[in-house]
Design a protein around this ligand. Structure first.
Ligand SMILES: C=C1C[C@]23C[C@@]1(O)CC[C@H]2[C@@]12CC[C@H](O)[C@@](C)(C(=O)O1)[C@H]2[C@@H]3C(=O)O
Ligand SMILES: O=C(O)CCC(=O)C(=O)O
Ligand SMILES: [Fe+2]
Length: 322
């Protein structure tokens, strides 16, 4: 008989890993090398000494938990026009479900109506700080890749009409005895890749994030509230001509403690053209792996698909030999 362990689903292998931990205050050329290596091998890494003030993080965490502690009727009133606002269990528009409640906000105006607890000011301060961190990391990446214009990636998310998002995910404890469906009982946020350029994720000290470096194998990541977990999104995979990998990940629930994660998704303006700069075409990658497209085109496809569907494959150049 095969028995699922609390954090596994039948047939999956669970192998914990330690993500690269990168100290942003270390010597710059070393930091750059470590970031490039992590993006090639894991698509994920943690950063410490990131410069985001502790009080900004703790205030954001406080108002986030306060928001989810409100009565359901109040939370449901936070409908900010699709896809923004509060949601519970439904993810996206195509039938995906998970043991999660969330608040999805426009990162350029991360506010909620009837804000009685400084939610908007605390969350705006947080968003500004992580956006700066995202820019710094994107510039280090460009330098490490040898791209002549080191602001090539960061300018996308600093443009006024950038399409970046901020998402609060709250995973209440879920008693595994409640399970009625062995395929979904402990999945808070199902398997997917992030469509945007770069994600900066933070969670409280409760485990839940898992990444998949190999099909059928899930690697739980140890939470570190002092660090930010950074991951490569689909657009960055495209703009590095496949050198950096946008890795599939998911979040699982546990039966003892609430988990809250907050993700900043750095995205370009809708009309931005996404294509790898010529320096990314090398003897190892002698042609463009992906067709050029706009973020609006990619986003439209993303929202027409299920959470776990691969979007990036649809933009591969057909001359490519698998
Ligand atoms: C099912 C879906 C939810 C999602 C849009 C999509 O159609 C496919 C991608 C999903 C995702 C995953 C990463 C982010 O959490 C997110 C905000 C995004 O940009 O793409 C979500 C979308 C969502 O929940 O609206
Ligand atoms: O909660 C997490 O750790 C992951 C959430 C996530 O992947 C997302 O919001 O896109
Ligand atoms: Fe994600």
């Amino acid at each position: 008989m095969v028995v699922a362990s609390p954090n596994s689903i039948l047939g999956e292998r669970i192998i914990p890993i330690d993500l690269p931990m990168i100290d942003l205050s270390a010597e710059k050329s070393m930091v750059i090398k470590l970031i490039v290596k992590a993006c090639e091998e894991y698509g994920f890494f943690n950063v410490i000494n990131h410069g985001v003030p502790h009080d900004i993080i703790s205030k954001m965490e406080e108002v986030g938990f306060d928001f989810f502690a409100k009565p359901m009727e109040q939370k449901k009133l936070v409908a900010l026009g699709n896809p923004f606002g509060y949601g519970c269990k439904n993810i996206g528009f195509n039938g995906d479900m998970g043991e999660v409640e969330y608040l999805l906000l426009n990162a350029n105006a991360p506010s909620i109506p009837n804000d009685s607890s400084n939610f908007s000011s605390s969350v705006s301060a947080y968003t500004e700080a992580v956006k700066e961190l995202a820019c710094e990391i994107l510039e280090l990446m460009a330098e490490g890749l040898g791209v002549p214009d080191t602001s090539i990636f960061s300018t996308f998310i600093t443009q006024l009409d950038n399409d970046s998002l901020l998402r609060f995910n709250h995973y209440p404890p879920k008693d595994c005895k409640d399970r009625d469906n062995s395929n979904s009982y402990n999945v808070g946020f199902g398997e997917h890749s992030d469509p945007q350029i770069l994600t900066i994720l933070r969670s409280n000290d409760v485990a839940g994030l898992q990444i998949s470096l190999q099909h059928g194998v899930w690697n739980p990541v140890t939470p570190d509230p002092a660090a930010f977990c950074v991951n490569v999104g689909d657009l960055l995979e495209v703009m590095t001509n496949g050198r950096f990998v946008s890795v599939r990940h998911r979040a699982v629930t546990n039966s003892y403690k609430s988990r809250m994660s907050v993700a900043y998704f750095g995205a370009p303006p809708l009309d931005a053209c996404i294509v790898a700069p010529s320096v990314m075409v090398t003897p190892n990658r002698p042609s463009l792996l992906f067709k050029p497209f706009t973020w609006a085109e990619y986003k439209k496809v993303t929202y027409s698909l299920r959470l776990g569907d691969s979007r990036i494959d649809l933009f591969k150049n057909c001359t490519q030999i698998e």
